[in-house]
Design a protein. Structure first.
Lengths: 417, 202
């Protein structure tokens, strides 16, 4: 049944229908509404049997999820930004131990400077942690991906992170068809752990592995991700059969079959990109888009196939590797190696900077003319950067630049635009 | 596509107003999207929330930069925030104030926009009377229904009931407030000799 519903609420209700037995989390914007809603459902008995564990930090949240999962419970948590970084040691442990935890990451910038708004820096920081990372384009997809995430996690014994853009999806309302409880039950069988920690038959997990076998263990983690590469599209297909809509999968091509320029992106910005693509198609330009849903494992073959006919590829990404450039772009470039395709990176939407159709349109037009630069920071306020660089050239000093820049724009608080 | 931008202060319910409008439009059978301006929630700080209404699925995620309608929940923002930035020449303005535009220092608005699409309503007074609290957000949607006919009053009432359903009294008081502001708005629009709006459902 279609409902007009907030993104966080849609995810919370869908997670509840996945029947988690332990939910543990520490509140952090923009994830908080998800956890609050689940907390209410556990308290009211609407979500039962389930234990909601109040923890004192994100590190504890992931640690409790690890313990719960190892003890045989379906475990769920959610975090964002600094919260993910704070739990990072345990994040690696969850995947290293092969525990099928599902976590919502309400994507948010990473400080300093502190910033609560959306970008993908947090997800990129966990890129190599051994988790499957799926990016949702809409609230509908965010909800649906959680159902697929539990199934994938438990089939392959690998934790799955569902990434949804903070505020843009978590705090927005739109029409959502929540996966029906009975259909979720049919799609997602009860969790049957491969081994369970049991106080009556004590043993330990988490063995130390030396040089004699560490590489093999890591290789097997890679093999599991490669298996996920096979399984993700199969599950998306099965999901479509059960629920009647396309959600998930590896990649989503959009009007790209005959396109000269294809724009690659992840998450909610794809909606804005599609509107711009439609407008430019109407003006007679051969442009399309490619949404990447599965960032880890990275679907190199699917990306290569989807982009093989393009002359130019523009990767729009909400994060970058300081001192280098695009993160997603690097993976796309690897997928395209040997093909005569020019690749440009557009870093956009950092710390919640609005990504407008107008600015995207300008970049795409430049790409259609073959004039796109290799690396662009969308809507960069060059004058602010220049002024600070000039100050630094006059007097060398260490310390933060944030205060100087804020003074220049006459703002000591937060704001957008 | 009809795009609305709400300006208020933290605590006045601007985000809820945008959500309620989206829900009402959904009840009317349209597609809708609402979202806040993603600020830290601080009581009293300027807050912006957006709502888009359309006949087909809405994909864009950019903030509303060229609204068709601006709703000002807090009139003290008038000279602090660029409230009418990007508003189309045939756009609507709804300001929560029992004073006229001239008294708010906005007399020149009528030169930039169509006068019959500019309206002030005393939603806070209505809310104080109906709810016992100065929370004008739901009530203002009655004014928006009357001014723009983009959403119907029954749908606004249904949205309020769905949102505040757990507290039936609160829901009914907000419905009463929205209906009262709707009637006020229609009277004002007619009494001023302005064009009577094309029969919004009531």
């Amino acid at each position: 049944m279609l409902r007009q519903i907030e993104g966080s609420r849609a995810v919370a209700e869908t997670v509840a229908r996945c029947r988690p037995e332990v939910v543990c989390a520490y509140p952090i914007s923009p994830q908080t509404h998800i956890i609050e809603a689940l907390g209410e459902m556990v308290k009211s008995g609407a979500l039962a049997p389930c234990e909601f564990v109040n923890v004192e930090s994100e590190f504890a949240a992931m640690s409790v999820a690890i313990g719960a999962s190892a003890a045989g419970a379906r475990a769920f948590t959610a975090t964002a930004s600094q919260g993910l970084l704070f739990m990072m040691e345990a994040v690696y442990n969850a995947s290293g131990l092969g525990l099928p935890i599902v976590m919502t990451l309400a994507n948010r910038a990473v400080g300093a400077p502190i910033n609560i708004w959306n970008d993908h820096s947090d997800a990129m920081a966990a890129r190599d942690a051994g988790w499957v990372q799926l990016f949702a384009e809409t609230i509908q997809e965010a909800a649906d991906l959680h159902v697929q995430a539990f199934r994938l996690a438990e089939e392959l014994s690998v934790p799955v992170m569902v990434c949804m853009d903070g505020f843009i999806l978590t705090h927005a309302t739109e029409q959502v068809d929540l996966p029906a409880a009975d259909a979720v039950d049919a799609f997602l069988p009860a969790y049957e752990p491969r081994q369970v920690l049991d106080p009556d038959e004590p043993y330990s997990i988490g063995a130390m592995v030396g040089p004699e076998a560490f590489e093999e263990v890591r290789y097997l983690a890679h093999a599991r991700q490669l298996a996920a590469l096979e399984r993700i599209p199969e599950l998306a297909e099965e999901f479509a059969e059960s629920f009647g809509r396309d959600s998930g999968g590896l990649v989503h091509p959009y009007r790209s079959a005959d396109a000269e320029v294809v724009v690659v992106a992840m998450g909610s910005v794809l909606g804005t990109i599609k509107d711009v693509v439609d407008a430019q198609r109407e003006a007679g330009h051969r442009i399309g888009a490619l949404g990447i849903t599965s960032f880890r494992p990275f679907p190199g073959d699917a990306v290569r196939n989807a982009l093989a006919g393009a002359q130019r590829v523009v990767v729009v990404e909400k994060a970058f590797s300081v001192g280098f450039g695009g993160v997603l772009s690097t993976d796309v470039a690897m997928a395209l190696s040997g093909l005569p395709v020019t690749l440009s990176t557009v870093v956009a939407g950092l710390g919640g900077r609005p990504i407008t159709k107008s600015s995207l349109g300008n970049i795409f037009t430049a790409a259609l003319r073959g004039e796109a630069e290799r690396l662009t920071f969308l809507d960069l306020k060059t004058e602010l950067v220049v002024r600070e660089l000039e100050r630094m050239s006059v007097r060398r000093r260490s310390g933060p630049t944030a205060e100087n820049v804020l003074r220049d724009i006459g703002s000591v608080g937060s704001g957008i635009g | 596509m009809f795009e609305v931008r709400f300006h208020g202060r933290g605590g006045q319910g601007a985000v809820t107003a945008a959500d309620l409008l989206a829900l009402a439009a959904f009840i009317d059978g349209r597609c809708a999207q609402s979202f806040p301006s993603f600020g830290s929630e601080r009581t009293g700080a300027p807050v912006v929330a957006y709502c888009r209404l359309a006949e087909r699925a809405i994909r864009t995620r950019e903030p509303v930069v060229e609204p068709d309608c601006v709703v000002v929940i807090d009139p003290t923002l008038v000279h602090q925030v660029d409230l009418f930035s990007g508003l189309a020449a045939d756009g609507y303005v709804l300001i929560n104030s029992s004073r006229r535009l001239g008294a708010l220092g906005l007399g020149t608005l009528a030169e930039r926009f169509r006068p019959e699409r500019l309206l002030t309503v005393g939603a806070t007074e209505v809310a104080r009377r109906q709810l016992g609290r100065p929370l004008p957000n739901a009530a203002l949607l009655g004014g928006l229904a009357a001014l723009t006919a983009e959403v119907s009053l029954p749908a606004v009432s249904a949205a309020i009931r769905e949102r505040f359903g757990r507290d039936g009294t609160l829901a009914e008081r907000n419905v009463a407030a929205a209906s009262e502001v709707f009637q006020q708005a229609r009277l004002a629009l007619t009494a001023d000799g302005r064009a009577v709006l094309g029969a919004p459902a009531d």
